[in-house]
Write a new protein. Sequence first.
Length: 326
Amino acid sequence: MKLFALALLLATPAAAADLSPSDQQRVARTAAELIEQRYVDPSKGREVARALRAEKWRAPADGKAFAQALTIWLRNRSGDGHFAVDYSAQPIAENGGEAQFSQAETERYYGAHLNHGVEKVERLESNIMLLDLRVFPPPAMAGDVLAAAMTLVAQGDALVIDLRRNGGGMDSANLLMSYLLPRGTEISGSFDRPTGKRTHTTTAVWVPGRRFGPDKPLYVLTSKRTFSAAEAVAYDLQAAKRAVVVGEVTGGGANPFEYRRIDAHFALSLPEARSINPVTGTNWQDVGVKPDVSVPADQALETALSLARAAIKDQSKAASGPRSLP
């Protein structure tokens, strides 16, 4: 399962015994092998792996601290915010351990205790709907919650989707776009380096609940913290000329990752694929999504609401049209 996940570090349930420099070198070397073999950009993967093998880890550190240090090193060296090394106090089994680790992390970051990322649904003045989303969970976990939220906002005359605090997630980002774009619209697919497979993705022909539809005014709020799958939503809706993006340039992470076991207590978040938008032929990696209306993040909502009110007024005038004389 490809993960378009949050750029966050694990909080470990218990401290680990200090790792010696030789143990740290062993973990780093194994990570380097995986990066060289599987990182989405082969050239960069070789360069990062070569530098990682040459790095000397001298000070003893517990598992959590070393995982954080290695994560920072990988992100700084590669510029790829999807890289991470996580420490697990519970051993990660050689057989099936990656799937179990992924399942635990999915619950941690997308579970019911976070309302599966749906922070707020609000109806504002002028019948403008506001939808504040903080993560995109797997559809199997919370597709019904997102469908309920979209059914509520479908009655609006305009919609503002707030992704300013959204660090990413999984395929419910594509489900969201199915409520906003014409049925069967091609959106960003992916290229997977290990398999060489190119995947094309389209919006769903049918979705549960009510669709907001492809015509009413739509605004997406972004910030520097907007990342990964949240960027995919902003980028794809912008490329399709479906939404006005308001706010700041986003974080620039377009390479979905997989969890890869390094050893019994460390897992590597390894970007193995890249997103490809059918309109632009590229993605937002390293450059972020550039807003249509650039304003500081804390001014994005009020700016979008002003734009929405004007758009609703213009639509109302157009709908009434000139009256003919009897």
